[in-house]
Design a protein around this ligand. Structure first.
Ligand SMILES: Cc1cc2nc3c(=O)[nH]c(=O)nc-3n(C[C@H](O)[C@H](O)[C@H](O)COP(=O)(O)OP(=O)(O)OC[C@H]3O[C@@H](n4cnc5c(N)ncnc54)[C@H](O)[C@@H]3O)c2cc1C
Length: 421
């Protein structure tokens, strides 16, 4: 049996190792397109903050880790997949056959169509190569404009702030992290960040990037008409799954459609990680959840099934935890609510504390929190277990911060019922 894994990010690595544990004899080939050892994009902020060097970003520390497991690493960029011939064609003209294929090619940064985007001072923050370029371009005091304040954008913002740059964030949404946070929560984060000295422009985009005047190499014009002198522009405007090399026989939406066993629409071909589109835990709607824990979970399931097992993931539950300059925020599940559901919101602006809970009947289906660091795992636990809250729902509708008591209450009741049975 020959297993071919396209991609050597977290999904590719976890799949390769799981395959080896599951099938001791099969041939395993893992392919990366960046010419680098497998590394974690999640580590880029730590590198930019100067906390780690490049080897600190590597997913596995010893250089013979994969060879020792009998996993062959090769460099190549897949440009065509022939599913009839079970063959992958690479950019250098070579090709490779497989019995089982995992597509774990991740995603790449979206480039908004803005005049001036191709200037050398305009930089993505997605790969190790990008990280090296940002480290070279930004010094304490550099005037940096960051385009995008989504989840990844906020993580990058934190690293740039730690580098001591003079930072302006421009976000098209009406608040920070608009696809992860309610309006009140996103605006609370905005005010917090502004207090720490970062300029934030929401409901604004970049119209053009032109030659600057005086000592500024760039002049960035916003859709609001504001013009900002800049040294560097960092682009964090979202990502697109790497699907270009796929044949039409593989069904795609925003990513590669997979079932709960990570099988694609083509026999013998699986997908996992940022490139895969699973189904939402509650609604079963197609969902790409581009975070690393999800990549690892999906990869494990895919690998077990590639080796003939029958593992399943019961849908993808959005789980986001973010630190912005010391303020912790989270959102879980259907944080924006469900049709016909109930919700409660509690906002303490003075202390930067916020919580919002979303219910369907007496089940907690989503939650958002800001500034609450204790026991937020209970919120996730209640959502993930689809626990029926009974009278605890009324308690939470009245006092949403009592979620830990609710968690203990429903679980103690369940245990008492089990003992008496
Ligand atoms: C700055 C930054 C911070 C982040 N912070 C967090 C965080 O705090 N928490 C979190 O959960 N997530 C975070 N993420 C997101 C996380 O890194 C991704 O969700 C994760 O990397 C997805 O893993 P993956 O293996 O699916 O894809 P990737 O890590 O993107 O790996 C894909 C691999 O496929 C290869 N590849 C691409 N195209 C081809 C091709 N055609 N042929 C062969 N190989 C190919 C690439 O070389 C790459 O090695 C962050 C991302 C960034 C950029």
């Amino acid at each position: 049996m020959k297993y071919l894994i396209l991609g050597n990010g977290p999904a590719g690595v976890v799949a390769a190792e799981t395959l080896r544990r599951t099938d001791r004899a099969g041939e395993i080939v893992m392919v990366g397109s960046e010419g680098l050892p497998p590394y974690s994009r999640m580590a880029i902020p730590y590198y930019l903050e100067g906390n780690i060097g490049e080897p600190g970003m590597y997913l596995r520390k010893s250089s013979d880790h994969f060879a020792a497991l009998g996993i062959t690493e090769r460099a190549g960029k897949a440009v065509r997949l022939d599913t009839d011939a079970r063959t992958v064609h690479y950019a250098d003209g070579s090709s490779e056959t497989y019995d089982r294929l995992l597509i774990a090619t991740g995603s790449r940064p979206f480039q908004p169509p803005i005049p001036g985007m191709n200037r050398p001072q305009v930089q993505n923050c997605w790969t190790m190569t990008d990280a090296r370029a940002i480290a070279a371009l930004t010094k304490p005091g550099s005037r940096v404009l960051q385009l995008g304040a989504g989840f990844i954008g906020c993580i990058i913002m934190e690293a740039l702030a730690a580098r001591g740059v003079d930072l302006t964030i421009v976000e098209m949404g009406d608040r920070m992290v608009p696809r992860m946070m309610t309006e009140k929560a996103g605006n609370m984060i905005k005010r917090w960040v502004e207090k720490k000295g970062i300029r934030v422009r929401t409901s604004a985009g970049v119209k053009s990037i032109d030659d600057g005047t005086g000592d500024a190499p760039l002049a960035v014009t916003l859709t609001t008409g504001e013009v900002l002198p800049c040294d560097v522009v960092i682009v964090a405007a979202g990502v697109i799954p790497n699907l270009d090399f796929l044949p039409p026989s593989i069904i795609t939406g925003r990513g590669i459609r997979v079932d709960d066993g990570m099988r694609t629409s083509v026999e013998g071909v699986f997908a996992a990680g940022d490139v895969a589109e699973g189904r939402d835990f509650f609604t079963s709607e197609p969902l790409v959840s581009a975070i690393q824990p999800n990549a690892a979970d999906q990869a494990r399931v895919a690998a077990v099934n590639m080796a003939g097992g029958n593992a399943l993931l019961p849908g993808v539950l959005p789980i986001n935890v973010l630190a912005t300059l010391g303020l912790i925020s989270t959102s879980f599940g259907q944080w924006w609510g469900m049709e016909g559901g109930d919700n409660v919101e509690h906002c303490d602006d003075r202390n930067s504390h916020y919580i919002s809970l979303q219910f369907k009947d007496d089940v907690l289906v989503g939650a958002t929190s800001v500034g609450i660091t204790q026991h937020v795992g209970c919120l996730r636990g209640l959502i993930q277990s689809r626990t029926k809250l009974g009278h605890w729902k009324d308690v939470l509708m009245h006092s949403p911060t009592r979620f830990m008591e609710a968690y203990l209450g429903v679980h103690q009741n369940a245990r008492a019922d089990m003992i008496s049975a």
